[in-house]
Design a protein around this ligand. Structure first.
Ligand code: TRP
Length: 326
């Protein structure tokens, strides 16, 4: 089975991203029975991106974060969308098969418009670039968060339309909606989200991480009084991270021997250790731009061969020459 997904490079990954989506995505690769395509959807970010400097930084950091958190270029094909020319070329052929009405129904576009954001044609046609991303590689399954499900369904519609007009060309993809295992709470107990300003970044510096964890919202239970673990946000984080000493902690809570401060200190130690391997890998990659370049080059080579083959087929179907003259 071919599995493909794209990662938008926006901001530092936080614990909510990790437990919500990143961990599940990487699991597909490690199961070993799938052919996985993972790419950085950097062209998509131009729909909202203005600063070239910021673009470069986000793109480079996103590549490194995903590698650090478990994308293994030996087990998956990992590349940047912008390295593969076929994405933009196929987008044009698909645009000419896409009814305006289909794009007008996209939730993401409607939401942005409703919020009064200026919409460019890139934003409007975003789902068609995404369809190219998917169709070029003959992906069967596309794991995405539920906000992206409609986009994958549009890719299906566009592929079906193309196939029925020009003959069998594209594999019809299926969205695989990743369930949030549970809603990951933020520092204040609401859902962890950048827009609420309650995130814990995976790669925060030690002192920043500590400060954030110490600021997790707790009730005011006097020291020495028992605490109900079920009502404690800090305890929920211990559970989420799979702290093996959970029972000791529970006992300490109910006997009034462990207070919020101690629990938070333990949590900090645990989270710091949990991400240690990823952090160390990230540190190495940040220093070794040559290695990162090599990984991207290898991934792009493999991806490009597949994408070019599909593009040739599509070109031929619409009446173009299989290959460009020059
Ligand atoms: N739009 C997706 C997001 O915002 C990223 C993405 C781009 C993508 N192209 C894709 C996801 C193709 C899956 C398949 O998260």
């Amino acid at each position: 089975m071919r599995i493909l997904t794209g990662m938008q490079s926006s901001g530092d990954p936080h614990i909510g991203n990790y437990f919500g989506m990143m961990r599940q995505t990487i699991k597909f690769q490690n199961e070993g029975k799938n052919e996985c395509f993972y790419f950085i959807a950097d062209l998509h970010s131009f729909t909202t991106q203005r600063s070239p400097e910021e673009f470069r930084q986000n793109q480079a950091r996103c590549v490194i974060d995903w590698l650090a958190l478990g994308v293994n270029p030996e087990k998956s094909i990992f590349y940047r969308q912008s390295d593969i020319r076929a994405h933009t070329e196929l987008t044009w052929l698909l645009l000419c098969q896409t009814p305006m009405g289909l794009l007008e129904r996209a939730h993401s576009f409607k939401d942005k418009k409703a919020r009064g954001l200026e919409a460019n044609a890139g934003l409007f046609t975003y789902p068609v670039l995404m369809a190219s991303d998917i169709l070029l590689y003959g992906a069967n399954k596309v794991p995405v968060g539920k906000d992206q499900k409609q986009h994958v369904e549009m890719a299906r519609d566009i592929a079906q339309k193309f196939n029925s007009t020009f003959g069998e060309t594209f594999v019809i993809p299926e969205p695989e909606v990743l369930k949030e295992v549970e809603t990951i709470p933020g520092l204040d107990g609401q859902k962890m989200s950048k827009s609420y300003g309650n995130t814990i970044e995976i790669f925060a510096d030690e002192s920043v991480l500590k400060k954030k964890i110490m600021s997790i919202k707790t009730d005011s239970v006097p020291l020495g009084q028992p605490i109900d673990p079920k009502k404690c946000l800090v305890f929920r984080f211990h559970e989420l991270f799979g702290n093996p000493d959970l029972e000791t902690l529970r006992k300490g809570y109910t006997e009034g021997k462990i207070g919020f401060g101690d629990s938070k200190k333990q949590l900090f130690e645990f989270v710091w250790e949990y991400f240690r391997p990823a952090r160390e890998k990230r540190g190495k990659l940040l220093k070794d731009t040559g290695l990162v370049e090599k990984i991207l080059k290898k991934g792009a080579g493999k991806a490009n061969a597949i994408a070019e083959e599909t593009l040739s087929k599509a070109r031929e179907r619409v009446g173009l020459a299989k290959k460009h003259l020059v």
